[in-house]
Design a protein around this ligand. Sequence first.
Ligand code: GZL
Length: 338
Amino acid sequence: MARTKKLRMFLFATLMVFFLLTGCNSESSGSGNEGSSSDSGAKEDKIVVGFSQIGAESGWRTAETESIKETLGNDPQYKLKFSDAQQKQENQIKALRSFIAQKVDVIALAPVVESGWETVLQEAKNSGIPVILLDRGIDVEDESLYTSFIGSDFIVEGENAAKELIKLMGKDSQVNIVELQGTVGASAANDRMEGFANIIKEHPNYKIIKSQSGDFTRSKGKEVMEAFLKSDGENIDAVYAHNDDMALGAIQAIEEYGLKPGEDIKIVSVDGIKDIFEAVIAGKSNIIVECNPLLGPQLAQAAKDLHAGKEIEKWIKTEEEVFVGKEEAEAALPSRKY
Ligand code: GZL
């Protein structure tokens, strides 16, 4: 009896030692994994993206930032390094140099203006770090300085704005237009201006009587519209604003001036933020040309493809719609995401 008991005790102890050792291996492989991930650096298992954002000048910009932070910030495959340049190109250049020094895997850049990027992009290229442009383009001789542009066709947006305004007001009407331009030097401003002019030049009875930058902000848009009303008040038939925030500022200025926005003065703007849909529903604006800011998923996919050594398209275009009048705005508002 005692012998059997001893044998049982020995077998039990042997089994215990066996399970402890193997259990320890799975833990160690777990800790191994953790160890390897910490040894190889969690960051090496992640795709590290350095994103230089322009700032927070508009509802559109905020929506873009949220889309990118949500998509990359919540996905364990990525590590997002984010920098807000407060509208200053020099801050963006500093941020890019910092990302290069940190050896990120991919740089994402929303360039505040089109020019002045060659040097820092050459530094990124020399470091073997691909650069993806987001939502605005740049003007460079050497297109190999960036890998891809994820964003809209602003010329088409400008053309659609003019086409819809002419449809709304009649191709034979005499229409005096004031234009609220975006940030001076920004591709979104330059191309939206070009696109609108492409169509207007075919209709000489449509005239742009004043055009000035409102820097894509609500406050500056209001300020510039106040000046237009002071100089040309009753003579203004329509406003073309390069973004909704400036249009919303103009709406305030027109009301304070004593005229009815959306009726006395028709309004067309670009972006498609919720506030402009509400303004159209309230009869205070007329035409919305959508510009999609929700670029997070496209950026994430592009970064992942580049990290895997895949080729990506030079221009990853975003699809967009146009909304005209109260009914279309009411139908669309419930599904708007920004
Ligand atoms: C467009 C983007 C523009 C938006 C503005 O891609 O660059 O900048 O239209 C934003 O609202 O400020």
